[in-house]
Design a protein around this ligand. Sequence first.
Ligand code: DGP
Length: 114
Amino acid sequence: MTDCIFCKIIAGEIPATIVYRDEQATAFRDINPAAPIHILIIPNKHIDSVNMMTVDDEPLIGHLFTTAKALAAQEGIANGGFRLIMNTNADAGQTVFHIHLHLLGGSRMKNPMG
Ligand code: DGP
């Protein structure tokens, strides 16, 4: 999508601190971190939100989770713990409409889920 910020990061048109990339996914540090470690893991294919995913996307979305697991280990937060969040639409606070998995960790989380 030409007007999608995250598609532009994948294409290298907007700079980002990319920590992982493969044929299916890209991961980079959040520009406005909510925790000491805050990484966004996104599919290279544009999907607006969970509302737009299909059964065919299940392996791709699953890949975001296994990538998050690997990155948590790489960042040294696997044992201490981490939180994975995928916001969908306005009530959840989604601001970028390209599916992304937030990987948050590096400190004890105090805030409730909702
Ligand atoms: P969400 O609220 O779930 O849609 O989260 C979007 C996140 O994307 C938010 O934490 C800030 C981050 N973000 C937005 N624009 C950019 C950008 O240009 N670069 C980076 N690295 N992160 C961004």
